[in-house]
Ligand binder design. Sequence first.
Ligand SMILES: *[C@@H]1O[C@H](CO)[C@@H](O)[C@H](O)[C@H]1NC(C)=O
Ligand SMILES: *[C@@H]1O[C@H](CO)[C@@H](O)[C@H](O)[C@H]1NC(C)=O
Ligand SMILES: *[C@@H]1O[C@H](CO)[C@@H](O)[C@H](O)[C@H]1NC(C)=O
Ligand SMILES: *[C@@H]1O[C@H](CO)[C@@H](O)[C@H](O)[C@H]1NC(C)=O
Ligand SMILES: *[C@@H]1O[C@H](CO)[C@@H](O)[C@H](O)[C@H]1NC(C)=O
Ligand SMILES: *[C@@H]1O[C@H](CO)[C@@H](O)[C@H](O)[C@H]1NC(C)=O
Ligand SMILES: [Cu+2]
Length: 566
Amino acid sequence: MLSLLRGCALAWVALLLLAARAAEARSIEHFWDIEEVDFSLAGMFTRKAIGVNGQWPIPRVEATQGDTLVIHVTNKLNEPTSLHAHGIFQNGTNYYDGASMVTECGIPPNGTFTYEIPLQQAGTYWIHSHYKSQTADGLRTPLIIHDPNEVYKYDEEIVLPLEDWFHEPASVMIKQFRNPDPSIRFTPIVPYGLIDGTCINRHRINFSPGKTYRIRLLNIGASFDFHFSIEGHHVRLIEVDGVMVKERGMHGVGVAVGQRASILVTARNTTNWNYMFHADMFTDLLQMPQYNPLNFTGTVEYSPTALTAREPCATWLTVPDLDLEPLDGEPMLEADRQITLNAYSGVFSDQTFRHSFNNYTYVTPRVPTLLTALSVGKDANKSLVYGHQTNAYVLRHMEVVEVTINNHDYYSHPFHIHGHVFQIIEVGSIRSQDRTSKMAQDTPVKRDTVVVHGGQYAVIRFRADNPGVWLLHCHIDFHIMLGLQMTFIEAPDKIQQNMRGRLPDRYKENCIAQGIKTTGNAFGNQGEVQAEEDQEVPTPYPDRFESYEPPSGWKIVSYILGGNKG
Ligand SMILES: *[C@@H]1O[C@H](CO)[C@@H](O)[C@H](O)[C@H]1NC(C)=O
Ligand SMILES: *[C@@H]1O[C@H](CO)[C@@H](O)[C@H](O)[C@H]1NC(C)=O
Ligand SMILES: *[C@@H]1O[C@H](CO)[C@@H](O)[C@H](O)[C@H]1NC(C)=O
Ligand SMILES: *[C@@H]1O[C@H](CO)[C@@H](O)[C@H](O)[C@H]1NC(C)=O
Ligand SMILES: *[C@@H]1O[C@H](CO)[C@@H](O)[C@H](O)[C@H]1NC(C)=O
Ligand SMILES: *[C@@H]1O[C@H](CO)[C@@H](O)[C@H](O)[C@H]1NC(C)=O
Ligand SMILES: [Cu+2]
C-alpha cells in the first residue's frame, strides 16, 4: 500500500515537472566545429571521418518537443558543408533545411552559420550533412526529440544508430560507381557494420529483468539496409520515422537508409542467460551472394557471467508499411493532382553511369532553388526558372499531391521527402509477369522514407501545407550523387510572402564568399532557363539503359526482403 502511494506521488511529481518543461520552450544550444578526425576502428584500421569538435562518432543531440535547436557551425573542412535535420518539417524555416544549393549555398571553408530549428515534432530523427556525400564520410548523428506526453509506457530508452562504414572515402567509391563498365562499377565493397562507431559484434545492450525498453533504431548509414532482431524476445513496433503507430508485434524490424523505428522490448525475468541481437546488413551492391546479408550479431547482456542462449530466428521481414496505422488516425487523403516519377539508371551521354527520375539526372543549379523562388517574382510559378536538371514541380498551396514512384532498377531505393511525411497508399510490382499490388487501409501510415524494391512501385500522398523548396530523393548517398533527386517548389507565392526579408544572418554572405549569385533563375539569369544554358547536361543513351531485369548471376536482395510480396 505504502509503495503504491509512493508510486502515485512520484508519478504526479513527474507530470508536474513535464508540464513545467513543456511550457518552458528551451533553447538547446550546440557549438560545432566540423572537421576531419582520424577514426580508428577497433585498432583495425584508421581513416578520416568528418567529426565535430575533434570527435567521431558525433555525440547525439537530445531535446524535448517544443524546444528550439540552435547549432552554431564553424566549417573547418577544406570544402563547403551544411546540416540537414532529417525528418524535421522546418515549417516557416525552409532556409534552415540544409540542402546545399537548394535551400542554402553551403557554409564555405572557414565560414560560420547558425541553424535555429524549432522542434515541433517528437520522435526519432537525425542530423546529417547535405553537401555531396559527407554523410557517408561520417557527418551524421541521431536527433532524439522526447515527447512530454509519451503515449507508450516504458522504463528506459536505448538508442541504436546503425551504420555502414567503408574502407575508402566516399569520393573514391563514387568514381567507381560512375564507371560505365559494370565489372568495375560492381567490384564488391564489403563494409563494416557499426553501432555508434563501434563494431556491432562488440556492442552490448544491457537489460535488467522485467524492464521494458524503447529501442530507437536509426539507419544513419550511406547505403545498406539493416534488419534488427533479438533472439528469444518479441518486439513491438510503435514508431516509424517520427510517426507513432498502433503497437504491432514483430520478430524483427527492417530500417533502410534514412528510416527510423522504435520498438518496445520487455526483458526476461531472470538473469540466467544472455542473448544475441542481430543487425544483419543487406548489401544490394554486392555481387557475391555468399556475402549477403552480412550477419552481424551483438549481445543482450543480463549478467556478465551468464552464458549466451541461442534461439535463432532466421526470418527477415520488412516493416509492413501498408498494415500500420498512425495513432493520430488521419484518414486517407483525396488526391488533387498526380505526378509520376520513373526511376531509371544507366550510362548517360557523358559516358558516366547515372540515376534519374523521368530521365532527368539531378544536377545542382548555380543559384540555390530557394533564392530563385524568392527573387524571380511571378516567374516563380514556372518550373523552368529552376532549370531542367533540378526536375522541379511547382505545387499549389494546400493541394494534395499523389506521387507514383516506379523503380525500374533491379535494386531497391529508400525514397525520402523533405518538409513532410507522406501517406503510403499503395505498393506493387511493375513487372509484367507478376502484377501484384496492395492498398493501404482507411488510415494509411505516414513516413518520410519509403523503400521501393527493384521492379516495384509505391504511391504516396501528402498535402502541400508547408510552403518551401523540398527535395525528394533516394537516401542512398551514392545514388544522390549520381542524380536520383528532384525538387518540389511548394506555394511560391507564400514562400515570397513568408520568407522574403527573413533570411538569417550570414545566409547571403556565405553565397557571396563562394561567388554564388543570390538572384535569378537556376543560372542567375532572367526568365526560364533556355535549353542552350543547360547544354552540357547529360542525357540518356537509349540503348544503354538498365532495367529491373538483373544481369545473370545476381541474387536480388529485394526478393529476400519480401516487401509487399509477404
Ligand atoms: C582558413 O583559415 C586558416 C587560418 O586562418 C587559413 O590558414 C586558411 O588558409 C583558411 N582557409 C581558407 C580556405 O580560407
Ligand atoms: C515476469 O514476471 C511477471 C510477474 O511475475 C509476469 O507478469 C511476466 O509475464 C513475466 N515476464 C516474462 C517475460 O516472463
Ligand atoms: C547470413 O545468414 C543467412 C541465414 O542463416 C545465410 O543464408 C547467409 O549466408 C549468411 N550470410 C553470411 C555472409 O554468412
Ligand atoms: C501562381 O501565382 C498566383 C499568384 O501570383 C497564385 O494565385 C497561383 O496559385 C500560383 N500557382 C501556383 C501553381 O503556385
Ligand atoms: C505548417 O504550419 C501550418 C500553419 O501553422 C499548418 O497549417 C501546416 O499543417 C504545417 N505543415 C507542416 C508540414 O507542419
Ligand atoms: C527514358 O529513356 C529511356 C531510354 O532512352 C526510354 O526508354 C524511356 O522511355 C525514357 N523514359 C521517360 C519517362 O522518358
Ligand atoms: Cu537509391
